[in-house]
Design a protein around this ligand. Sequence first.
Ligand SMILES: [Zn+2]
Length: 482
Amino acid sequence: MQSMNDNLFASIMDAIEKTKPVIERIGLEVWNEAELSQVELKSAQIHIRELEAAGFKLISMGTCGYQAAFIAEWSQGEGGAKVGFLPEYDALPGLGNEAVTEQKPRGNGNTNGHGCGHNQIGAACTGAAITLKKLMEKDSIAGTIRVYGCAAEEKEGVKPQMARDGFFNDLDGALAFHPAPFAIAGHVRTAAVNHIEIEFFGKTAHAGVSPWEGRSALHAAELFAHGLNLMREHVEPTTRIQYIIQSGGLATNVVTDYATIRLATRDQDRKRVEAVTEWARQVAEGAAMATQTRAEFRVLFGLYDLLPNGPLIESLHANMQRVGLPKWTEEEQAFARACQKGMNVPEKGMATNVILVPTEKTVGGGTDVGDVSWVTPTCAFGFPTLPLGVSLHTWAATACGGMSIGVKGGIAAAAIMAATGYELMTDTKLREAARADFEKRTAGRTYVCAIPASQVGPSSMANSESKVGSDEMLYHPDSEAD
Ligand SMILES: [Zn+2]
């Protein structure tokens, strides 16, 4: 593979310099809107406005039945490579915060906040696409850039349905980043996941006068849960089984005729997740039989495991080292330390160096980038928009993402992705190596999306209170962080 020369790197940084105002606008405007999953329309429009102004065409809106999902594209010349970027832009409930060093609700009354930094994911990904276009125009490189507006990531992300419907199939590679306290392009293999709803239907009766006339759906749910807990001894060490009882009756003097359990099964790949899911289905049927009730068992949402891609990780890591961490000012470091103090973690400030690529690691969390990685070579990396030791999904993450720390992190992440995007566009060997790594990891296994083709848009679960959360990919290599 070619190694990037100084002139090329300087020209990438020059193009980023010109895109900076766009990246800053997207990051801060989306932060300000702080819209929740599936209603993040204004946030999507901010991206579309900037993409169209930069010469991209909107080729799909409301993609896969998600109203805030979109696809925009720019292309020039004959043939050439195709590279995709994966911006997200939804916020989380209850994490609204002013961009200050303490927990302080926003003055405008918006209680939602970008505690997962999706405002900066979006700014960086869309910013990288716009930057890459500038570079390709300047150097007359044929190719296609596609921006996938990845709506609803905090609940049931659109990515699996986009993958199921073939929107990534013709790409040479897809790139994404996620805010983190540290800078790392790692070989992280995330888990495959199923989110399941089990309903039990019984028969009401007066619980005191004639309980023998009733059949309790709650008892079925209890027996099912007990069965799940007995399964634990006999599943692989990589298996995770978690459930909540969502409804289990309304009054103690009525035999419960309806109960619901939500279940998540996680494992290192789809095959294992499907095996555990099938076993759970049998347990539900057994529980219904034993209690003379009826069970309905539905997989609502499922994710693939994330396949790392060695050559893309190497390219992103090398470009991360070239771009480096932002030069944090003393004010920014003081802001970071004050947030750390407020969060009760060591006052180490912002990360200042790139962590070396760790050995491949399988983690228990999942991400909806997983499905993309099964249909095209894909790489996501972590980059700081929040202080060391501070967790995502906190007020402090919201605060830092809405001021210069977040803006600078987003700009640097955009530069890293634009550089790797440029390499994918121009370096045949990198494309071939990324494809070969992808083929090796997927050999003999066909991608079958966990969400059936008949389901367009989010499931009924997506509108309920329970967070599905498909961004569990981040792990904290504390020993490796500075
Ligand atoms: Zn996230």
